[in-house]
Design a protein around this ligand. Structure first.
Ligand code: GLV
Ligand code: GLV
Length: 326
């Protein structure tokens, strides 16, 4: 009988995925509810055939080198900027992600942030709880209309595309910017492809849906924020470093833009301290994919990628197919 393969999971994930892996593999799960240190990670990946890792694990060259037997790192996320893919490819280690299953959850959360900021939901809730509601008032918590406004999408991949389509219920004009055209989106909802400056100048709401790569780091900085309308709202559910967080603080503080909704931060989990004192920003702890259904689907998807590789097959969600061509 063939020896059972060794799988390491860097933190507790939904049970069905662990059960699935346990049918054919020996599975070790880090049961401590925290991110492993680099040292711990290095010692745990040694001798494992597969690793299921999270976006909070930095999988750099050193970790990959320590993973001497490992055939795959299956990331429990769609974004994989936490992994040195180039080094993995060199070491013939397959990297996979979890696209598709979290598209709706992420775009729904971007909408939740947009509504929360535009209609000042969080501020108004705090006000009510503090016993300050003394009756309907004509000037109480005035916000921004959403219906009929112009929506600017930066990055029209799976998530940006889904987010854009959901605007149809609000009769919005949709502008988008990407490195490539999305003709289907143009045809289906009349979205208009524009350059980034035009998008920033004309949009009432700007939502970011690009992966973090060298070209998108600080894609939105002081200059870009200065192009936005004073009444505009910026939403970021992608990766923090896409926005220059210090420049964003300045724009929010000095009312160069009206508000922002953030699920991700430049130096996560650290947050620019000044953001915490501003009332025109809604701050979430990176929860875009955090629904019972979606997290389970992500976990199963990551497990299935591992099982495919351990059977000698090409996994469905490989991000570095060059590995198998070499
Ligand atoms: C979450 O941020 C993900 O990339 O899945
Ligand atoms: C990620 O899933 C994207 O393409 O937006």
């Amino acid at each position: 009988m063939q020896e059972r393969k060794q799988v390491f999971i860097t933190r507790m994930i939904p049970e069905p995925a662990i059960e699935l892996l346990k049918k054919t593999c020996n599975v070790e799960v880090n049961m401590e509810d925290r991110v492993l240190t680099k040292h711990e990670l290095i010692s745990k990946v040694k001798g494992k055939d597969a690793v299921l890792c999270l976006l909070t694990d930095t999988i750099d060259d050193e970790v990959l080198q320590a993973a001497d037997r490992c055939k795959i790192f299956a990331n429990y996320a769609v974004g994989y900027n936490n992994i040195d893919v180039e080094s993995a490819t060199r070491r013939k280690i397959i990297i996979t992600n979890t696209p598709g299953v979290l598209t709706d959850a992420t775009s729904d959360l971007a909408w939740a942030l947009l509504f929360a900021v535009a209609r000042r939901i969080v501020e108004a809730d705090a006000f009510t709880r503090q016993g300050k509601f003394k009756g309907w008032a004509p000037q109480l918590f005035l916000g921004q209309d959403i219906t009929g406004k112009t929506l600017g999408i930066i990055g029209a991949g799976r998530i940006g595309n889904n987010f854009a389509r959901k605007s149809k219920g609000f009769s919005m004009r949709v502008l988008y910017y990407d490195v490539k055209r999305n003709f289907e989106l143009e045809k289906d909802i009349g979205a208009t492809f524009v350059d980034l400056d035009t998008l920033l100048k004309e949009s009432d709401f700007v939502s970011i849906h690009v992966p973090l790569v060298p070209d998108t780091r600080h894609l939105i900085g002081a200059r870009e924020l200065s192009l936005m309308k004073k009444t505009a709202i910026l939403i970021n559910t992608s990766r923090g470093p896409v926005v220059d967080e210090k420049a964003l603080v300045d724009a929010l503080k000095n009312r160069k833009i009206w508000g922002a909704g953030l699920d991700v931060y430049e130096n996560e989990p650290d947050i620019e301290p000044e953001l915490l004192n501003l009332s025109n920003v809604v701050l979430l702890p990176h929860i875009a994919s955090a629904t019972f259904e979606t997290r389970t689907k992500m976990a199963i998807m990551a497990a299935e990628n591992i099982l495919a590789v351990l059977r000698g097959e090409i996994p469905p969600n490989i991000v570095n197919p060059e590995v198998i061509r070499k």
